[in-house]
Write a protein that binds this ligand. Structure first.
Ligand SMILES: NC(=O)c1ccc[n+]([C@@H]2O[C@H](COP(=O)([O-])OP(=O)(O)OC[C@H]3O[C@@H](n4cnc5c(N)ncnc54)[C@H](O)[C@@H]3O)[C@@H](O)[C@H]2O)c1
Ligand SMILES: O=C(O)C(=O)C[C@]1(C(=O)O)C=C[C@@H](O)C=C1
Length: 341
């Protein structure tokens, strides 16, 4: 939809990767890149975005251009944009609630934002055309827009993103220290530890800036976390099995009731699994069958495959109709198919 995407980065290797992956049409220094820009997207750690706002303010920006960002906190960047940018330049804060623990352009995924919530934090008196321009851009990624004010955004993400990252990193640090005395801690680290701590691999500089720009929302949550951990400790000390079980039940119920949100290639929404014989050519046969019936298969993977045993393929579709058509077709072909909720 854009005529041209111009990339700006401090690191030339990131720009080279972006060109090679055809994510940008050309690379340029900031002052050159913004000359004809309709939209400027700041996709750097939060403090860097604030620095870039200062640089933008010194440049002759096109009068109708709209600036947006993707930073994990919104109050600081929105406040600076209002103070720094010329009054005729619109700034619409943005934050896609999707990402990964990986950094750099090579970690990019074209479907990352599909079905993800994408928060926009425009000022209430913002120009309608400016909001619409960013809305159109975001909707093209398949994300669902949620308009929030920056304060509420920062309070919410402190609990659902920032606290979990702190807890995960703290947990890894604790086990890492134990691992100094006994290397078997790392050897035994299985699914549970890895699931709970994946986000601890995130970029340390990025998280430093998030904590520094949202400290007043995060710190009360840390106090409350301490209180709750002490309570749990008391239940264990008192052998209070009922309190412990109630605690785990409430957590499991809330976690299980979270809305399923398909996220492109990473957590797709419409899936089924197919029991298949563990033999060469199976994946090709299934993909061909679906293709012949024009069923749009988005992804195919092996869920379980043990030598000499049956395996399971996990099939992902763009929508419910395609998934249901596929289930009918495969069942009529004698396959055992299970729909995944
Ligand atoms: N990683 C996630 O899961 C995630 C999710 C949502 C939002 N965000 C937000 O997105 C922003 C970027 O995070 P990321 O994970 O994409 O980081 P990243 O490290 O993958 O990408 C940032 C890029 O910005 C470049 N850069 C840094 N400072 C610069 C500057 N002053 N001028 C030009 N280029 C500069 C870096 O070289 C790098 O290529 C952060 O504000 C983060 O809070 C991240
Ligand atoms: O999935 C992940 O790995 C993320 O950490 C993504 C995640 C989060 O869910 O907390 C991280 C930071 C953001 O600003 C938004 C999304």
């Amino acid at each position: 939809m854009a005529d041209e995407i111009v990339g700006v980065d401090l690191r030339s290797d990131h720009l080279e990767d972006a060109l090679r992956l055809q994510i940008i049409d050309r690379a340029a220094p900031l002052e050159e890149a913004v000359v004809d820009a309709d939209v400027i997207v700041l996709a750097t750690p939060v403090q860097q975005s604030i620095n870039l706002l200062m640089e933008l303010a010194k440049l002759p920006l096109p009068p109708n251009c709209v600036v947006t960002d993707v930073g994990g906190t919104k109050r600081e960047v929105c406040r600076h944009a209002l103070e720094i940018l010329p009054a005729h330049i619109s700034f619409i804060g943005g934050h896609p609630m999707a990402g990964s623990e990986k950094s750099g352009i090579r970690a990019a995924s074209p479907r990352l934002f599909e079905n993800a919530v994408y928060v926009l934090t425009p000022r209430t008196d913002e120009k309608k055309e400016a909001v619409e321009r960013i809305r159109t851009l975001v909707e093209a990624t398949g994300a669902q827009i949620l308009i929030l004010d920056p304060e509420r955004h920062d309070r919410l993400v402190a609990a659902i993103s920032h606290l979990p990252h702190v807890v995960a990193a703290q947990l890894v640090d604790q086990v890492a220290d134990l691992g100094e005395e006994d290397p078997l801690y790392a050897v035994l680290a299985a699914g549970g530890f890895r699931d709970v701590t994946r986000v601890a691999s995130g970029h340390p500089g990025l998280w430093r800036e998030i904590l520094l720009t949202n400290g007043d929302s995060i710190r009360p949550l840390l106090m409350e976390w301490k209180r709750r951990i002490s309570l749990l400790d008391q239940w264990i000390e008192k052998n209070d099995g009922e309190a412990i079980e109630t605690f785990f039940r409430k957590a499991a119920d809330w976690r299980d009731a979270l809305p399923v949100r398909g996220r492109g290639a990473i957590r797709p929404a419409y899936q089924c699994t197919v029991d298949v014989p563990d033999e060469p050519g199976t994946i090709g046969r299934i993909a061909t069958l679906l293709g012949q019936h024009e069923i749009n298969l988005r992804n195919i993977g092996i869920l379980e495959s043990r030598e000499g045993d049956n395996g399971q393929l996990i099939l992902t579709f763009a929508d419910e109709t395609s998934r249901n058509d596929a289930v009918r077709l495969l069942e009529s072909g004698g396959y055992s198919v299970h729909v995944r909720a």
